[in-house]
Write a protein that binds this ligand. Structure first.
Ligand code: PLP
Length: 354
């Protein structure tokens, strides 16, 4: 039975990428050896790493602009502390838009003074705070572009002269932005890019080397950059699959092409949520995420019927996160628009039955 995977991750990838990745585990491009058994110093893997690094910069429009891309381990969670370790001398600002921002704040507090510049915590993160002032004496301002759990997404980024650091784990490569406004972008691979196990970090080189503390080699961005992202054994399989996904995206027409598809998917589900009295959206309309749509059922008596209809249609992974409840339809880059169509048809059928 065809499945429609609305799971929040990890990880949703195009079928052709999965196919090629599975073949490479047996035999990488006909060399007679598996991707995961060749040396990471072999010419084959060095070429894969270089391609992954350059595709990341190319897709983001950051080639030749003083940025470096590296693939690190430890997940996005490691970046919560690594960003502060490398960039926080005295004081940094954080916009608190949900669970992942809070975790980033907690780690950064180990390294210096943290100012919570704005927060939507009082409304259980159902919107993105706006109109706040960014102090000019910050070492950096940290943002979470897409709040995977709450289904909110920053549409307009603050204008400020302080360096911008952004956790783009759940919407990297999904929409066009002027990425040169950011000084450091990080993203765990496992939503739009590849299997869990590697994290893309794109950093403007001239913001590094400014803190006075000593940084352990594994946590030092400059060390990873100087070793071409091969300071230690990289996560070869996740990096390879990420490279394939980025190539897939480039062939599709890049971020501009996927953004159009993502908007169509989001419009489809949000119009249904708006028009159908059986459902209500969780996130404020202007902040709704194109990646994760969060919604509730207004009549609890219909819940079992809805769940059964979803199951019957092969829809999986739409239960909401425990801190929000209800439902969450995650629509990452690789989710076909047809899957959103199947879900929306069920939602409107439920209205007729209810
Ligand atoms: N940041 C965001 C926005 C996320 O959605 C997640 C995980 O879903 C993380 C950070 C944590 O990523 P990891 O599990 O790779 O540490």
């Amino acid at each position: 039975m065809k499945k429609h995977n609305f799971s929040a991750g990890p990880c949703i990838l195009p079928k052709e990428v999965m196919q090629k990745a599975s073949e490479a585990v047996l035999d990488l491009d006909g060399i007679g050896l598996s991707l995961i058994e060749i040396s990471h110093r072999s010419k084959e893997f060095v070429a894969i790493m270089e391609k992954a690094r350059s595709l990341a910069l190319e897709l983001l429009g950051l080639e030749g602009k003083g940025y470096q891309a590296v693939f690190l381990q430890g997940g996005a969670s490691m970046q919560f502390l690594m960003t502060a370790y490398n960039l926080l001398e005295k004081k940094a600002g954080y916009v608190n838009t949900g669970t992942w921002s809070q975790k980033a704040i907690k780690e950064a507090r180990l390294f210096g003074e943290i100012v919570e510049v704005a927060s939507s915590q009082e409304q259980n993160f159902n919107h993105i705070p706006k109109g706040y002032k960014v102090p000019s004496d910050l070492d950096y301002l940290h943002l979470t572009s897409n709040n995977t759990i709450f289904g909110t997404q920053i549409k307009e980024f603050p204008k400020t002269d302080v360096p911008l650091v952004c956790d783009m784990s759940s919407d990297i490569f999904s929409r066009q932005l002027d990425f040169s406004k950011f000084d450091l972008i990080y993203a765990g691979a496992q939503k739009n890019m590849g299997p869990a196990g590697t994290t893309l970090v794109v950093v403007k080189e001239d913001i590094l080397g400014k803190v006075t503390r000593k940084i352990p080699s594994m946590l030092d961005y400059s060390v990873h950059i100087s070793k071409d992202s091969m300071f230690n054994t990289p996560a070869v399989f996740p990096v390879y699959v990420s490279m394939l996904t980025m190539q897939w995206l480039k062939d599709l027409g890049g971020i501009a092409a996927i953004e159009e598809i993502n908007e169509r998917k989001a419009n489809l589900i949000y119009s249904e949520i708006e028009l159908n009295p059986v459902f209500s959206g969780y996130a404020a309309k202007e902040d709704r995420s194109t990646m994760n749509a969060t919604f509730n059922i207004t009549d609890d008596a219909l819940k079992d019927m809805f769940d059964a209809m979803c199951k019957e249609a092969g829809i999986s992974g739409i239960n909401g996160h425990r801190s929000v409840g209800g439902y969450r339809a995650s629509m990452y880059n690789a989710l076909p628009i047809e899957s959103v169509g199947v879900l929306v048809d069920i939602m409107s059928e439920l209205e007729k039955k209810g």
